[in-house]
Design a protein around this ligand. Sequence first.
Ligand code: G3H
Ligand code: 13P
Ligand code: ZN
Length: 382
Amino acid sequence: MALVPMKEILDAAERGNYGVPALNINEMLQLQAYLNAAFERKSPVILQASMGSRKFTGWLSKEAENPDLGAAVTIGMIKTFIEQYRAVYGYDVPVSITLDHGPDFKQCKGAIDNGFPSVMIDASLDYGRKDDKGKHPARTLDENIKVTREVVEYAHKRGVSVEGELGTLGGVEDETQAASVHLTDPDEVERFVKETGVDALAVAIGTSHGAYKFPGAAKLALDLVPKIHAKAGTCRLVMHGSSSVPANLVALVDRYPVVCLDNGVLGVTGFFNPEAKKPETRRYTTTNPWDMARLGSDLAFFSCLKKSSGVPMEAIREAIKGGVRKINVDTDGRLGTTGAIRKFMAEKPDEFDQRKYFEAARKALYEMAVEKMVGFGSAGKV
Ligand code: G3H
Ligand code: 13P
Ligand code: ZN
C-alpha cells in the first residue's frame, strides 16, 4: 500500500465520522514532517501538490519549469519515504496525494500519467481566462460538469480518485484567484455528483485561501454542510481554505521582522498602519536622533503581516460533524515555517548551516500536522 486513491481514505473517514488533513507539499521538509506525523500518530493523511508545487519540484536550470517532471519527482520521493518509514515503524498508514486545484484536463492527465492516485479538477473557475483585475471568472454549472466529467472518465479507468468543486472560494493565492465568490448551492449538488461521477466535492461555505480570510471573526455558512451532505450520496465533502491562521504564529512572524542595515541606514519593511494594502520600506539613519525617534513611533503600529483571522478548529469540527471529510491546510504550514526560521535566525545570527534552521521549520510543520490530526479526529484511526 504505497499510495492509495483518496477515495479509500475518505470512505473510511465517512464510516468513522472524522476528518482527514490534506496538507500541501512543495519540498522534502514538509514531506518528512507530515509523513512522520502520520506514522507517529497512526493517522491517514492526504498530501497535495498544486500546479505551483509541480513547477517548483519540476525545476530545470536551463528550461522552463516542467510540471510533469515535478509530478514524477514528487511521487518518487513520497514512495521512497513511505517504503523506508514502513520498515522502521513496522506498520503502514494510508497515504494519498492529490493534484490540488488542477486547472484543466491536460494538467490532470499529466498528474495521473505520472503516478498521482488522486486529482482535483477545479472547473468552478476558468483558469484559461482572466478578467481586467487578473482574476479567473467562474464557469457555468454546465461547463463545470462537462470539464469535470472528462477528467473523471480518464481517471476512473485508471483507478484514480477525482475531486470536483461546486461554488467558488475567495482567495489570494496566485493560481486560484476567483473573480467573485459563490457559495455552494445544495440544490445543484445531486446533479453535479450524478453527472460527473466525482468521488469528492469541494464545497464553498465562505472560506478562502491564504492568511487573509476574515478581517474579524470567521463567518462561515456551516449550515450548508449537512444540506450538501444529504445530497452528495457516496461523494465525500472537502473544505478548502481551512487554515486557522493561529494568532501565535502570526505573532511569531511579527515578532521577528527582518531589517536591513546598510552603511548606517536601517531599512524596515512591513505594514506601518493597519489600513495599508501593501508593505512599504522606511529608512532611518542610525546617527540621526530624529530618525531614531521616528523609528520608535513608526514601530508602534508595525506588523509584518496584515491583521486577519482564519478558520477556528471548533468551526472545522462542526463541519466534520456535518459531513466534511477532507480538510485542506497549506497556509498554517507556511506561517509555521516562516515564524520558526525567523526566530532561529534572530536568536542565532552567527549560524549559517541551513540544516539548523530547516530543522526548526520541520519541527513546526510536524507539530502543526499532529495538531490537525488530533483536532480533526484522524489520529489513531489506522
Ligand atoms: O489552494 C492553494 C494552495 O494553498 C496552493 O497554493 O498555488 O501557491 O501552491 P500554491
Ligand atoms: P489555506 O490557504 O487556508 O491553507 O487553504 C489551502 C487549500 O485550500 C489548498 O487547496
Ligand atoms: Zn484550495
